[in-house]
Design a protein around this ligand. Structure first.
Ligand code: GDD
Ligand code: MN
Length: 406
């Protein structure tokens, strides 16, 4: 029997850096799974039972569980120690003086002994059965295996529309600030994953807030990624620790990763060829728009506004088809099928609509404030130029994007 004192591991201090595996391998377990907790006393017993039930058959005597508790007022850590009486594979870290989900996970990895490092929430929102798929993915050679809500078999249980929009909005923002990191996986917000130690050992990690996976993707040496779908469960006990603060932390974290020198290779040169094609397609759209407008309004005598709306939508459709088949052909080829295509079309449509609003705004601004009334057409030209860049950039980042998952 291990005594409670041995089970309680001291918290590392200093830089957040995951060490290489110590050379005397032999006794070390294959997998180290971190369970970050803050006031999760009510969930701990159920969670540990479930984890053992899943992992014992997969890795008999070959894994460890590391609870990293930030000195919770409900004494989760002490409960961990008590429950650990029957779980030799459990160690408990009581962290004082430092706080936050991401750094808790790294502190856990720092004392971990496994070749594979993992993390799972303590509140049972991450179904433990999914660990099997993650483990299989890593054992077949992936550097990183992420449980994702946004691939086949994935989802959220009972989220309100507002929450879904907020979650997707955060992801969209991430795609705009740091596309080469956030865009690598379908669910960059996931806090449920496994990674090869070798892929993240070494570099100094410096996460902010909640999203540890961003740090792994951004600073690790990750080549192959696999995703496993899972349904994010409703919390039954305890409460979420997310506050508005986490949104600011998230943006701060993204900006910090973007500024980090190691990531500079992730900013590619401006894609001129695509931009040129996009521009040509845009011109074809102008021709379509004009022709339809002429047909509906002048020839058939329909009202101007209605004619223009129909003409614009047909032009947008025209542009989408060409961009999908030509400008972004390489991307579309990797995302075949009608549902995916329809999704791209919807995004393209929304972005173009936003572009139209922007066009009108810029036109008015330039016309009224800068050049005066005589230069309407010059003002429109400037507006069109700006909107083209807007449309191109957003569509590049959002509509025609692919993850790097095999
Ligand atoms: N040690 C420590 N320190 N643990 C923490 C802290 C902290 O400051 N804050 C939260 N935790 C623990 C919680 O106790 C729980 O086990 C886990 O981290 C997740 O916290 P929740 O507050 O339940 O987060 P959530 O359910 O809203 O957010 C989850 O959303 C993502 C999906 O978008 C996060 O858990 C992500 O990991 C998850 O993938
Ligand atoms: Mn939760």
């Amino acid at each position: 029997m291990v005594s409670q004192l041995q089970r309680l591991v001291p918290c590392p201090t200093g830089l957040l850096q995951v060490p290489d595996l110590p050379s005397e391998e032999g006794a070390a377990p294959t997998l180290s799974l971190i369970i970050p907790t803050y006031n999760e006393g009510q969930n701990l017993g159920t969670l540990l039972n479930a984890l053992v039930a899943v992992l014992d058959p997969l890795l008999p005597n070959d894994y460890e569980l590391i609870l990293v508790d930030d000195d919770s007022p409900d004494l989760t850590w002490r409960q961990g120690l008590a429950l650990g009486e029957h779980l030799p594979q459990l160690r408990v870290m009581r962290r004082q003086g430092e706080r936050g989900l991401s750094s808790a996970v790294i502190r856990g990895w720092q004392v971990a002994q496994g070749r594979i490092l993992g993390v799972i929430d303590a509140d049972l929102q991450h179904p433990p059965e999914v660990l099997q798929g993650l483990l299989e993915a890593i054992q077949s050679g992936a550097d990183l295996a992420v449980a994702s809500r946004h691939v086949e078999g994935g989802g959220v249980s009972e989220w309100s529309l507002a929450r879904r929009i907020l979650s997707r909005g955060a992801q969209t923002l991430g795609l705009l600030i740091l596309p080469r990191v956030v865009g690598r996986v379908s669910d960059p917000m996931s806090g449920f994953f496994m990674v090869q130690r070798a892929a993240i050992a070494g570099p100094r990690l410096n996460p902010k807030g909640y999203k540890i996976l961003l740090e792994v993707l951004g600073r690790g040496t990750i080549d192959t990624i696999t995703e496993v779908g899972y349904v994010f469960q409703e919390r039954q006990e305890g409460s979420s620790k997310v506050t508005g603060r986490q949104y600011f932390d998230y943006i701060h974290h993204l900006l910090r990763l973007r500024a980090g020198g190691r990531l500079s290779h992730l900013h590619r040169r401006f894609p001129w060829q695509r931009f040129l094609r996009f521009g040509l397609v845009g011109l074809s759209g102008v021709v379509v728009d004009m022709a339809i407008l002429y047909l509906l309004h002048t020839t058939l005598g329909l009202p101007l506004t209605r004619s223009k709306i129909v003409a614009a939508e047909i032009a947008i459709f025209n542009n989408f088809v060409w961009n999908d088949a030509w400008t972004f052909a390489d991307v579309s080829l990797r995302q075949r099928g009608w549902p995916a295509r329809f999704k791209r079309f919807l995004k393209f449509n929304l972005i173009c609509l936003g572009g139209l609003v922007l066009n009108v705004l810029v036109l008015n601004l330039v016309y009224n404030l800068i050049f005066g009334q005589r230069w309407a057409y010059l003002a429109n030209l400037i507006a069109i130029g700006l909107v083209t860049i807007w449309n191109f950039w957003l569509n590049l980042k959002l509509s025609w994007r692919v993850t790097q998952v095999k």
